[in-house]
Design a protein around this ligand. Structure first.
Ligand SMILES: Nc1ncnc2c1ncn2[C@@H]1O[C@H](COP(=O)(O)OP(=O)(O)OP(=O)(O)O)[C@@H](O)[C@H]1O
Ligand SMILES: [Mg+2]
Length: 497
């Protein structure tokens, strides 16, 4: 056995995060680690890597009892980690990031050329042809994720830990990642794969370890664990079904159009996009990564300039030169890259949640604390945010729970139009159904939702109508009656018009 963790316990200021959890991995095996948001997955691996210290328990790695004092120490011992919060140095170059703290040297000096060439070579195996001298901050979330993975590859580790590695990757990139994992497997390198997308877990993992409330509740070969059984173990109860969430009839043409985008374009990413969102409906926006979905949202919201075409809200032409104007008009945008431009880590859950609402909460420059507390309590409850108190710094929450807080940030501003980019990314299956149901309830109360999603299942379950983008153009608008996985995939893959 390569790794054995037994009886691991950990509490944060008295609140227990892990209670005698265990994990075992063999060499060359791909182990899935699953559990709901806050189950303790990230904490368990941070204890293994020395990012956190355990309160109790033993860890045996390659036959020796170990206790790493820091991530650098575990890295030197052959454990490479790709954290959920991408931990690259944004201002340093791609090459520097790949070799961070293991820079090649000649005569004691940094060998920049070897570094550049080495970095370019690994990235090439990922089909990434980028300028390795550019700062990491310059690249998209997906590219940054690939850079983090490339770094792990160059570490020649015995165990590679991936905490939700696919959350910002598109299908093609996931394919490349899986190839890499298979290569690890062939070379006897073990992989610990934390994820929420069941299809991926079944595609790549040999065995699964399931956590719930800080404990390890099940271990099994993947093939002996049916999906429904896995979900039941995770939730500890029957799965709340997605069914019946979208209105039977779908989009109702008699409802007034709240938002319409007509032949909009900006730069090369958005060429010709048309879509409408009616009052009280959830309108989906589908397309592959790079098809222009996020960029379309940015134009509507006033982040990027509309170069041609029209945007209308309630039938009136609108051009927002900055997001503040869009917000004042009742539009909210929950952006995709919540980890980067979303949370303020040092601030409390309460402050993070009411950030967008603050101007409205102020009377004569003073925040109405009572109202603030009321709103925060309501959304913590509605979204099931797992926290000790609203005053806890948001950085202490699990990744999925942080996302719920950011979703609440926009929901509590009471928008008329909510644009939401990948609403359930990184959120477990139970919370996902909750969030989609909440969006449905809000729509029933009159909210118009434009929901950007890569998950077909989610679009099918929640959208009343779906517009599909391909290469910066809207290529299809599918009413509820024509929505199916095949119809969506066909439209996403080809230009149908
Ligand atoms: N630094 C910290 N301070 C206080 N509490 C923490 C800290 N890190 C984690 N926790 C708590 O420990 C529990 C487990 O969190 P963890 O991040 O391990 O969950 P997870 O299984 O990775 O969830 P997710 O799927 O949302 O990423 C949560 O209740 C979280 O709030
Ligand atoms: Mg986590």
């Amino acid at each position: 056995m390569l790794l054995s963790m037994q009886g691991i316990s950990k509490a944060f200021s008295g609140v227990s995060a892990l209670r005698s959890a265990s994990l075992e991995i063999d060499g060359g095996e791909v182990m899935a680690l699953v559990g709901q948001n806050g189950a303790g997955k990230s904490t368990l691996i941070k204890i293994l890597t020395g990012a956190y210290q355990r309160d109790e328990g033993t860890i045996i790695f390659e036959g020796r009892e170990i206790s790493f004092a820091s991530p650098a120490e575990s890295q030197a011992s052959g454990i490479a980690t790709i954290y959920q919060e991408i931990n690259l140095a944004p201002q340093r170059s791609v090459a520097e990031n790949i070799y961070l703290s293991r820079e090649p040297r000649i005569f004691g000096f940094l060998d920049r050329r070897a570094m550049r060439e080495g970095a370019a070579a690994v990235l090439k195996t990922f089909n990434l042809d980028i300028d390795v001298d550019m700062p990491v901050a310059h690249f998209s979330a997906a590219t940054r994720q690939m850079i983090a993975i490339a770094r792990a590859v160059t570490q020649k580790a015995r165990l590679v830990i991936m905490d939700e590695p696919t959350s910002s990757l598109d299908e093609k990139e996931v394919g490349i990642l899986f190839e890499t994992i298979r290569t690890f497997q062939k070379n006897g390198v073990a992989v610990l794969f934390i994820g929420h997308r069941l299809d991926e877990l079944y595609a790549i993992c040999d065995r699964v370890t399931i956590m719930r409330d800080g404990q390890t509740v099940a271990k099994s070969p993947m093939r002996d664990m049916p999906k429904i059984e896995l979900v039941r173990n995770m939730l500890g109860k029957e799965l709340a079904a997605f069914e019946g969430m979208a209105r039977e009839a779908g989009s109702d043409n008699t409802r007034p159009v709240r938002l319409s985008v007509e032949n909009a374009g900006s730069g090369v990413r958005v060429r010709d996009v048309s879509l409408t969102v009616r009052e009280g409906e959830i309108s989906g926006l589908a397309g592959l990564l790079g098809s222009g979905r996020t960029e379309t949202a940015r134009i509507i919201f006033g982040v990027d300039r509309l170069e041609h075409g029209l945007i209308k809200v309630d039938g009136k032409k609108r051009t927002y030169s900055e997001p503040a104007d869009a917000i004042a008009d009742g539009i909210g945008l929950v952006s995709e890259d919540r980890k980067i431009d979303g949370i303020v880590p040092e601030m409390s859950i309460r402050e993070n949640m009411t950030l967008a609402l603050l101007p409205k909460l102020k009377k004569a420059g003073i925040v109405d604390r009572a109202r603030q507390q009321q709103i925060v309590d309501r959304y913590i409850k509605a979204l099931g945010v797992k926290c000790a108190s609203p005053d806890q710094p948001i950085k202490e929450l699990s990744g999925g729970n942080q996302q719920k807080v950011l979703l609440a940030r926009w929901l509590c501003t009471d928008p008329r139009i909510l644009i939401i980019d990948e609403p359930t990314r990184g959120i477990d299956i139970g919370a996902k159904a909750e969030i989609l149901k909440l969006l449905r309830r809000l729509a029933d109360d009159g909210l118009s939702v434009l929901m950007i999603s890569s998950e077909l299942e989610e679009l099918l379950a929640a959208a009343d109508t779906v517009t599909v983008l391909s290469d910066g153009r809207s290529v299809a608008t599918l009413p509820k009656s024509e929505l199916s996985e095949t119809a969506l995939m066909t439209a996403m893959a080809h230009q149908v018009n």
